[in-house]
Design a protein around this ligand. Structure first.
Ligand SMILES: *[C@@H]1O[C@H](CO)[C@@H](O)[C@H](O)[C@H]1NC(C)=O
Ligand SMILES: *[C@@H]1O[C@H](CO)[C@@H](O)[C@H](O)[C@H]1NC(C)=O
Ligand SMILES: *[C@@H]1O[C@H](CO)[C@@H](O)[C@H](O)[C@H]1NC(C)=O
Ligand SMILES: *[C@@H]1O[C@H](CO)[C@@H](O)[C@H](O)[C@H]1NC(C)=O
Ligand SMILES: *[C@H]1O[C@H](CO)[C@@H](O)[C@H](O)[C@H]1NC(C)=O
Length: 391
């Protein structure tokens, strides 16, 4: 394995394809397997951890991720993937917001330097937390990621007087209805809940980090879960480039989450990247380069998404709630046992954890992964036969 800083030039990527690859469209047979892409991968990591900005990198030092792989197309601020000496654990930082996440993950998944077909991805970032379901420092494993602000908006001062919010889904004419809504395809993503269940077992009995300051802020909330010490929970993530806060927007986006998940999703965390990341995974899953059934989304609560009673939305938003340090700590406290667990139990994980029934259809709103038998076989990368067909 060739370590030290390795710069992969674009020129080594482009001619690597054996034959021109047709764009993969729905109901069109997938392009020929990309057989020649991994003649010399630098690494085939078992776990790849994704952070969104520098403070979330609680991994590099702790896990000795000292081997740099510089890839074209990553954020200029974070141009390297960094791996441990064994090449089993790698990490990178996408940059914040939906556009950075999509661009950086696209660059990552398209490289020839890494064979990511069997890799588990742990997206681990901090987030706003909904006091109805969690608290400062809580760590949530998600099923759904919802792009809540992909919508029309009228300024609240100009909207019809009886509207509860100025946000309404594209293609509709009023808030809180879904009939007639347009799909861009990135509105909702669903992850493998059997995988979530499996890795949750690694987090049992953990004591999460907490601080006196966070304790002092969370007692201001009436909800028992908001007052309780941080713990590991299941919780969906709302994605929005707009960093929203306050009771009314939170209600509006909670309603949109319900609309897009047929009433089954409740957002617990708010963040700015996940749906963008998942759209890229869906596309590269179709190409056989990655397995979207191997993605875990971990978010930890750094601040409440709304103020406690008696405090204005603005004061709640600007308050030092004390959740940022423990949220960062808990990315590692909760995430690392998952990383180590997958590696230690690789015999079990190598072939994949079968997702819930019907997942191919619900992984995204356009049912992209469910568009045909051949693709279905291929996308359930856990089957050895499908694997071999790729190689
Ligand atoms: C590896 O990358 C990091 C961050 O991108 C940088 O700080 C470090 O100097 C690089 N190490 C080498 C050996 O190039
Ligand atoms: C939380 O982490 C900080 C920083 O590492 C540490 O000083 C503190 O003791 C930890 N607290 C708990 C309750 O684990
Ligand atoms: C959210 O939905 C509830 C129940 O349908 C409704 O009462 C409330 O007005 C909605 N809130 C917003 C801000 O849209
Ligand atoms: C919601 O229901 C629609 C129509 O049955 C279905 O196409 C869609 O996949 C469902 N979405 C989720 C997230 O369950
Ligand atoms: C993001 O994906 C989640 C599911 O993983 C979905 O529930 C959510 O609607 C998506 N949000 C955006 C903004 O794409």
């Amino acid at each position: 394995m060739l370590w030290s800083t390795l710069t992969v030039l674009l020129s080594t990527i482009v001619p690597a394809l054996a034959s021109p690859v047709a764009p993969v469209a729905r109901n069109v047979a997938p392009a020929a397997p990309l057989t020649k892409r991994w003649d010399h991968p630098v690494a085939a990591p078992k776990v790849f951890v994704i952070s969104m900005f520098s403070p979330e990198d609680v991994w590099t030092q702790a896990l000795d991720l000292n081997n740099n792989i510089t890839l074209p197309g990553l954020s200029p601020l974070f141009p390297n993937v960094r791996c441990n000496a064994a090449g089993e654990i790698c990490h990178f930082i996408t940059g914040e917001g939906e556009i950075n996440a999509a661009a950086s993950v696209t660059a990552l998944l398209s490289t020839d330097a890494l064979d990511l077909r069997h890799t588990y991805f742990l997206i681990a970032g901090i987030a706003g937390v909904n006091p109805n379901f969690g608290t400062l420092g809580s760590a949530g494993l998600a099923r759904y990621a919802v792009q809540v602000a992909l919508a029309h908006e009228l300024d609240a001062r100009e909207m019809p007087q009886d509207w509860p919010t100025g946000y309404f889904l594209q293609g509709t004419k009023e808030p809180n209805v879904i009939n007639g809504a347009e799909h861009y395809g990135t509105e909702v993503f669903e992850l493998n809940t059997n995988l979530r269940e499996r890795v949750h077992a690694y987090t049992e009995g953990l004591t999460l980090n907490d601080t006196v300051k966070a304790q002092a802020f969370r007692v201001k909330y009436p909800q028992d879960v908001a007052k309780a010490p941080p713990s590991v929970i299941y919780g969906d993530v709302a994605t929005s480039d707009v960093y929203f806060a306050g009771e009314l927007l939170c209600q509006a986006f909670a309603n949109i989450t319900k609309l897009w998940t047929n009433g089954t999703g409740e957002y617990v965390f708010t963040a700015q990247e996940d749906n963008a990341t998942f759209e890229v995974f869906i596309r590269y899953h179709l190409a056989g380069l990655v397995d979207f059934a191997r993605v875990i989304l971990l978010r930890t609560g750094s601040d409440f998404d709304r103020a406690p009673p008696g405090m204005s939305a603005y004061d709640g938003f600007t308050a030092d709630q004390g959740g940022f340090p423990p949220a960062l700590q808990n990315l590692f406290v909760v995430g690392n046992p998952i990383v180590q667990g997958i590696i230690n139990d690789w015999d079990e994980f190598e072939g994949g954890i079968a997702p819930q029934d019907g997942w191919l259809s619900t992984a995204d709103v356009l049912h992209t992964l469910d568009a045909g038998g051949a693709r279905q076989k291929r996308s359930l990368g856990r089957y050895a036969a499908a694997r071999e067909a790729l190689e």
